[in-house]
Design a protein around this ligand. Structure first.
Ligand code: ADP
Ligand code: ADP
Length: 225
């Protein structure tokens, strides 16, 4: 069963007003567990819109969205928020780590907010940081880490509560090519270890080519890369 299923998703901004823009025009996509899929499209094509709809941050004007077999299209805000917290992790181009907390604490905190006890949260945070090679840096605050290290912490934080689906919007967009490689390799380690499905918007053709599959967002629909 797909972790994420988008079926005929449409999105129109400013509907019925002058200048309305039809961004998604029947986009369909299914992600199976363990699959890492690159989402490639020019800037302005609607990648962020698609990721927000997939992550239940925004609703489509038409079509269906299901997460782990549950149709969320007409679910209440409360149900959508619950599913988002339980099943979805997000990573953005800029990490938004909490500057006054260490790397470890940044990965511990979302777990505490989710009701996990301190010991278990710490253990999981240490394992995740070890997986991306940051064990020795776990006690540092973001400002003491390089951009690539900060982004690796952001991945660990996104996976802190064990989501089934990772959505990433240009996660290596502000990193140099070598650092992008390291960060991407770390992401793949995390995916292989946790078995989650990931949809990763990227402009980097090199990285896209190393994922399991490429899909393109072209004129509001998903096509195979
Ligand atoms: P409505 O909520 O009535 O559908 P819009 O979808 O047009 O209105 O706008 C929603 C929000 O997105 C507004 O706060 C608006 O400022 C913002 N926004 C408008 N245009 C853009 C754009 N091109 N890119 C990102 N955000 C935008
Ligand atoms: P991408 O992530 O591929 O750059 P986006 O999903 O951010 O694309 O935006 C797709 C199109 O929709 C752009 O033309 C953008 O200006 C427009 N857009 C995005 N958000 C809004 C909004 N809230 N209101 C109106 N237009 C928007």
């Amino acid at each position: 069963e797909p972790v994420l299923a988008l079926d005929g998703v449409e999105k129109i901004y400013g509907k019925g007003r002058p200048g309305e823009v039809s961004v998604l025009r029947g986009a369909s996509l299914a992600l199976m567990p363990g699959e890492v899929v690159a989402l490639v499209a020019p800037s302005g094509a609607g990648k962020s819109t698609l990721l927000h709809i997939a992550g239940l941050l925004d609703t489509p004007d038409a079509g269906r969205v299901a997460i782990a077999g549950q149709d969320m299209t007409r679910a209440s805000d409360r149900a959508r928020t619950g599913t988002r917290r339980e099943k979805v992790g997000f990573v953005y181009q800029f990490h938004h780590l909490l500057p006054e907390f260490t790397a470890l604490e940044n990965v511990v905190l979302p777990q505490l907010a989710n009701g996990v006890g301190m010991g278990a949260a710490r253990g999981r945070a240490e394992r995740l940081l070890d997986t991306v090679g940051l064990g020795p840096r776990a006690g540092h605050r973001p400002a003491a880490l390089s951009g690539g290290e900060q982004q690796r912490v952001a991945f660990c934080r996104a996976l802190a509560n064990g989501p089934a689906l990772l959505l990433a919007d240009e996660p290596t967009g502000n990193l140099d090519p070598d650092t992008s490689d390291t960060v991407f390799a770390a992401l793949m380690e995390l995916v292989r270890e946790t078995g989650l499905a990931a949809l990763i918007a990227t402009h980097n053709a090199d990285l896209a080519g190393r994922m399991d599959r490429i899909v393109r967002l072209d004129n509001g629909v998903i096509t195979r890369g």
